[in-house]
Design a protein. Structure first.
Length: 274
């Protein structure tokens, strides 16, 4: 990764393929997200924010739970993602959802105005402290702040594959070179507490990825979308990268291969009431 690479988009880009991957990812993570939202007690009439929602995030799940008397606000700083989210919100008839373009570090929305502020797979980047502080600030006193992050370092396939092991090492190197923390999930509770959340609770969820699941191909997909930064940064040549991705895809496509995408950590707490 070059010295100029400083953000998520520098690693993964903003291509149409990346947007499609994020929609597939949201669908694959629905069971875990639904369990978290039910655990924190999202209820009709709530006002909820999904920070870094991307093309869909958990907007549809929140919309269903807050009902017609509630409101959901999706927040993302990437124009293309905001436009796609707007389209999906319209297509799915989510009348209680709106999407705004804003920086997660300084969203510019009224402080203390949400019953729930949620994020998923955003805190891997170097600005996690600013983002979580902004999330706590958006929650009303006593409101819930919730986060979901994967510990990518815990992912594996069995039987092991030299190509998969190399791809994982390459992706970890590419993310760490921009100050990202691919194992952030295991520190998630502390990150929320450091931002001022109280009564923080932590849940760890895991599963093997079934044949045909979008998350089964997560690692080669991540590396493929990080292609430009990896090649530009001299981590791998274009030919080397293509070869490893091809071998990894074939290995993950084998239904006898066990694929584990990493531990999903979920943490939630409250903005102090006073």
């Amino acid at each position: 990764m070059s010295a100029a690479a400083t953000s998520y988009s520098d690693v993964l880009g903003e291509s149409g393929g990346e947007r499609a991957r994020l929609v597939d990812q949201a669908r694959a993570l629905e069971p875990e997200a639904a369990a978290l939202l039910d655990e924190v007690g999202v209820s009709p009439g709530w006002r909820a924010a999904d920070v870094g929602c991307g093309p869909i995030g958990v907007l549809d799940l929140l919309s269903e739970r807050v009902g017609s008397d509630g409101e959901v606000v999706g927040i993302d700083e990437v124009d293309r993602f905001v436009q796609m989210a707007d389209g999906l919100v319209r297509d799915r008839g989510l009348a209680n959802v709106r999407v705004v373009r804003a920086d997660a570090r300084e969203p510019g929305l009224p402080a203390g105005s949400f019953d729930l502020v949620h994020e998923r797979l955003v805190l891997i980047g170097p600005d996690r402290g600013k983002i979580t502080a902004a999330m706590v600030g958006l929650a009303r006193p006593g409101g819930v702040v919730a986060a979901q992050e994967v510990d990518i370092t815990s992912s594996f396939c069995e039987p092991s594959s030299p190509a998969c092991e190399r791809l994982l090492a390459v992706f970890l190197a590419a993310t760490r070179r921009i100050g990202a923390e691919p194992g952030i999930g295991r520190r998630l509770g502390r990150v929320l507490a450091d931002a001022g959340a109280t009564d923080v609770r932590l849940e760890v969820r895991s599963r093997l990825e079934d044949p045909g699941s979008a998350r089964r191909m997560q690692l080669p997909a991540l590396v493929r979308h990080a292609r430009e930064g990896i090649v530009r940064g001299g981590i791998l040549s274009s030919a080397e990268l293509d070869g490893l991705v091809g071998e990894s895809l074939a290995h993950h496509a084998d239904p006898t291969t066990l694929v584990f995408g990493g531990l999903l950590f979920q943490a939630w707490g409250r903005r102090p009431a006073v």
